[in-house]
Design a protein around this ligand. Structure first.
Ligand code: TGC
Ligand code: FAD
Length: 407
């Protein structure tokens, strides 16, 4: 009797699992990268093949955050690669950062979340808006993975409209007293520190660094997610938390402070989504060549070829968009609206490729034997967080017309 098909391509942790991933590069986009970019990408790709893809299906099935990966990400340099070396970062440019996010998300969006929150949403604000003492105290430990951080902006009633937040603090003379709560916070249940955005008595938004163990500060986990199951998500609850004054980020206040961190994270997501799309495309291409129906590989059917041709076209366009955005980011010229265009386009592209790839895999596409369904479910969060698909459209609409749809 032949073995059941589910055993043949098993991607759950098993001695037999081999990650055959090769990235498509139809327009020789690699020619646009420097030797350093390609070295960084190769190192990350090898790391993902060794440390993530053989295990991630099980982590996701069990909704188990792999805490040991925090140290491993630190060792490989995935945390804050754009932060200068003097603070423990990699001193790399934004194209290298993008390629790192692409490779990690090729493995899993939840794993990329862990790394992009740490780099863009925790290390970035400390580096840009922190005091010298804060930078020295936190950045090297965040870079090495000794500490894990999270970023609290969203509240239960203020998601797309973070400016309405209710979390607030009062100046008590020798400390600040913080009250309120945050929701949907990546890394929260496992984090050692949190960058929390809250309003002062005048309603101005500031960033505060909270440490696990501060009295009145708790991080309950959010259970039951069907998406980003290998990443942990939770609330941040502040019940009369006494925050030392030296924990306020002194160099910038107002909504623009957290929003500028989002520019960095959204940029990374634009690259990451291409990684997820590439993985779905490659899996579908391989499956289509191997799967026989009507005595022929399904890759021989024109409808399958149409799907694959359109996937490759969209991936190629997104690769070029990212490369040019990366050049502008390196020159300090990438605008919020340009980043919105790339995040919005690339995440939707990846989600639609995941759906088409699922069709090509037939019934097998819904199983954990292939990465498709996991990518698809993950991307449903990616298209919502860091600004929803429609919010990015409205950011572009404002840029095009000069009129804000938010007021
Ligand atoms: P608006 O009037 O447009 O702006 C208010 C102030 O903010 C400034 N600003 C920015 N500054 C720097 N960079 C940006 N990207 C900025 N966007 C806005 C702006 O200049 C202004 O400053 P000032 O000094 O003039 O007051 O604000 P609005 O109230 O109309 O809201 C519009 C906007 C764009 C903020 C909002 O629509 C938006 O983007 N909503 C989305 C919220 C969001 O993205 N939340 C993400 C939470 S973090 C997250 O999801 C992490 S998931 C991580 C993971 O797991 O990977
Ligand atoms: P809402 O803002 O309620 O939006 C609901 C719908 O209404 C959307 O379709 C939206 O596009 C639409 N809508 C809203 N306003 C408008 C408008 N003006 N015009 C047209 N349509 C509109 N946040 C953090 O701070 N830190 C994190 O680490 C973090 N991690 C996350 C992890 C996960 C897994 C998820 C799912 C979310 C995370 N978030 C995080 C929160 C995320 O940023 C928000 O979910 C997102 O900004 C949307 O907010 P909301 O869910 O409240 O949706």
């Amino acid at each position: 009797m032949s073995e059941p098909r589910t055993q043949e391509k098993k991607q759950t942790p098993g001695k037999s699992f081999v990650d055959h991933f090769r990235s498509p590069d139809f327009y020789s986009v690699d020619d646009l990268f420097t030797g350093e970019h390609l070295l960084v990408r190769t190192a990350m790709r090898d790391f993902v093949k060794q440390e993530i893809t053989p295990y991630v299906e099980e982590w996701a099935q069990q909704a188990a955050f792999p805490m040991h990966m925090v140290k491993k990400f630190g060792e490989i340099g995935a945390f804050g690669p754009f932060i200068p070396e003097e603070y423990g970062g990699g001193g790399l440019d934004y194209i290298s950062y993008g390629l790192i996010m692409q490779e990690i998300e090729r493995g899993d969006s939840g794993m990329r979340s862990t790394a992009s929150v740490q780099g863009s949403l925790v290390m970035f604000p400390i580096y840009e808006y922190g005091s010298e003492a804060q930078k020295k105290k936190y950045l090297p430990k965040l870079a090495s993975g000794e500490l894990l951080g999270c970023f609290g902006l969203t509240e239960a009633d203020y998601g797309s409209n973070p400016g309405g937040m209710k979390s607030h603090f009062r100046d008590m003379g020798d400390h600040y007293l913080l009250n309120g709560s945050k929701m949907w916070i990546s890394n929260a249940p496992a984090a050692d520190i949190a960058i929390v955005w809250a309003k002062d008595e005048t309603g101005r938004i500031h960033g505060l660094i909270l440490e696990r163990g501060m009295e009145g500060f708790s991080t309950p986990e959010t259970h039951g997610k069907w998406s980003l199951r290998a990443s942990c998500t939770g609330e941040l609850v502040f019940d009369q938390v006494k925050v030392p004054k030296e924990n306020l980020l002194p160099e910038k206040s107002g909504l623009g402070a957290p929003m500028s961190c989002l520019d960095s994270a959204r940029y990374g997501i634009a690259w990451g989504a291409v990684g997820a799309a590439m993985d779905c495309f490659e899996s579908a291409r391989r499956y289509a060549r191997e799967r026989i129906q009507f005595d022929k590989p399904i890759a021989s059917f024109q409808l399958t070829q149409k799907k694959l041709a359109e996937m490759l076209t969209e991936i190629t366009k997104a690769q070029l968009l990212n490369w040019k955005l990366g050049k502008m980011k390196n020159e300090g010229k990438a605008t919020t609206a340009q980043i919105s265009m790339a995040k919005r386009n690339n995440v939707e592209m990846a989600l639609s490729i995941a759906r088409e790839a699922r069709q090509i895999h037939g019934g097998m596409g819904i199983t954990g034997d292939y990465p498709i369904m996991r990518h698809m479910m993950n991307l449903e969060s990616v298209i919502t967080y860091e600004g929803t698909h429609d919010i990015h459209l409205l950011i572009l609409g404002k840029e095009i017309t000069g009129i804000s749809a938010f007021v």
